[in-house]
Design a protein around this ligand. Sequence first.
Ligand SMILES: [Zn+2]
Length: 249
Amino acid sequence: MSGAAAGLAVAAVLPPAAGGPSSVAETFIWAGVCAGAALLPDIDLPQSTIARTFGPISHVAAHGINKASAMFYNVTASGRDGHRSNGHRTLTHTVLFAFGLGIVISSLVTAFAKPAIIATLFVTLGLAIRGLAGDWARKHGPIMTTAVTGLLSTLAWTSIPPATGSTSLGLAITTGCLVHYLGDAITKDGVPLLAPLVPINGRRWHAINPPALVCIRANGLVEKIAILPALTLTTVALAAAALPTTHTG
Ligand SMILES: [Zn+2]
């Protein structure tokens, strides 16, 4: 939900020349991609929602990414970081990953256009459905969810104006990843945001977390009765605001 809210908020202020959406349809696609991308960093955790999204394919991918991330961590870690065999909350939880993935997606869209756009929409909108309508997805099973994702991706693709800049999808993905880090940082043990580029206290993988005052417990009361309703209201308000103020291309 935070990815959807952030996607709508950023889409509202970002000019099309800088990769922002240029129509109402594109604004909602942008927010959907952002909402899906907000789940993406946990592809390094085989037990996560995202690892279950595309059945055995995403599960095997999650195992591989967990191991590859641990390897990347061990290669780049300083002596004070220590060794790790579990790569969760390492490489895919860094600013380097958020911007790197955004640049990769934008480059793929520039190089391959249609197939790259459809593949990006299929994966991120599939994740967005799991994240925003998890109960519905569980009830109807993976085949139905995949069919709806395919339909949504096709509809979304036909709604994107041909002139859409290649930076747009990449930027929505970067925004979603950054929102994920923020959520992890206030609910868990911090995120190694600047790793491995900027060493902090002699450690390349120093986890950054905000002051204890702003930290909340994951799935706790504050999240359920305050944060989720507030984010839902914000998303609905921003979605409503996107309708009359944005001009269709
Ligand atoms: Zn995470």
